[in-house]
Design a protein around this ligand. Structure first.
Ligand code: ZN
Length: 255
């Protein structure tokens, strides 16, 4: 039997000048481990106070990384929920998943489309061409894939899968490991979960690792990020969203 190819997709979430110092720590970790292919999930106006256009040096660095093969994804408009109504349904949907950082969790399709269009314009204005859209905290309504496709992007994703939008919205299963740093007990829990997942997901064809800037602030979490990546890189080949989508397209065409 041919052994299935095991792959790893690495992404850095919440890329914004607000987190510039923490991002440097994460980039350094990736460089040190030889991870050159990864995705950056860029937020055009973090919390409404960090518009990319005011940080030309930060943006120039993103363009340089993109020119060296790093993929750019759009990750919300402002990322948080400020200014949005928080209905009971919304609170239930986001409970325990995010601390009011689910910008897209309860938007109507029209509102979601408007924010994505605005975000795309901001990134393109900065010389960045995003491939896909990832909603903050991976939270969005069921119409999001259609909205993202209509905005001309090729994929979106949730916590369980990457959703290719060039065909019928094929789901490419890919569990995502990420760490929590909001409370110390959560941080400790996420370190334990990350090491369990290494074993549980050993045979999964594709796994994702999602790094967040606050991971850089908690030594135990940063050490766990490093251990997890080292262990995954021993057995898995790094892939990119572009590569995954191409493979998915040829797989669908061959059917
Ligand atoms: Zn995020």
């Amino acid at each position: 039997m041919i052994k299935p190819l095991l792959r790893l997709l690495v992404a850095v979430h919440d890329v914004t000048p607000a987190h510039a110092r923490r991002l440097e720590v994460l980039y350094h970790l990736l460089d040190e481990l030889g991870v050159r292919r990864y995705a950056l999930l860029v937020v055009p106006n973090w919390h409404g106070s960090w518009p990319l256009v005011e940080y030309p040096d930060f943006v120039a660095q993103l363009r340089e990384r993109a020119a060296n093969g790093v993929e750019i994804l759009l990750h919300g408009w402002r990322h948080d929920e400020v200014g949005l109504p928080r209905s009971l349904a919304h609170r239930l949907r986001t409970f325990g998943r995010t601390d009011r950082e689910g910008e897209f969790a309860s938007l109507t399709p029209v509102e979601a489309a408007a924010r994505i269009a605005r975000g795309l314009a901001a990134l393109r204005g900065a010389g960045l061409e995003p491939l896909g859209f990832v909603p903050p905290a991976w939270l969005a309504g069921p119409t999001l894939p259609r909205v993202v496709r209509e905005e001309g992007l090729t994929f979106t994703e949730d916590a369980h899968a990457v959703v290719a939008l060039n065909g019928q919205g094929q789901r490419i299963a890919a569990p995502a490991t990420c760490w929590s740093t909001r409370r110390s007990w959560r941080a400790a829990g996420s370190v334990v979960v990350a090491s369990l997942r290494l074993r549980l997901e050993r045979a999964r064809p594709l796994v994702r690792v999602a790094l967040h800037p606050p991971d850089a602030d908690v030594p135990a979490v940063l050490a766990s990020c490093r251990r997890t990546l080292v262990a995954l890189l021993e057995r898995r080949r790094l892939t990119t969203y572009r590569e995954l989508l191409l493979e998915e397209r040829s797989r669908v065409a061959a059917r």
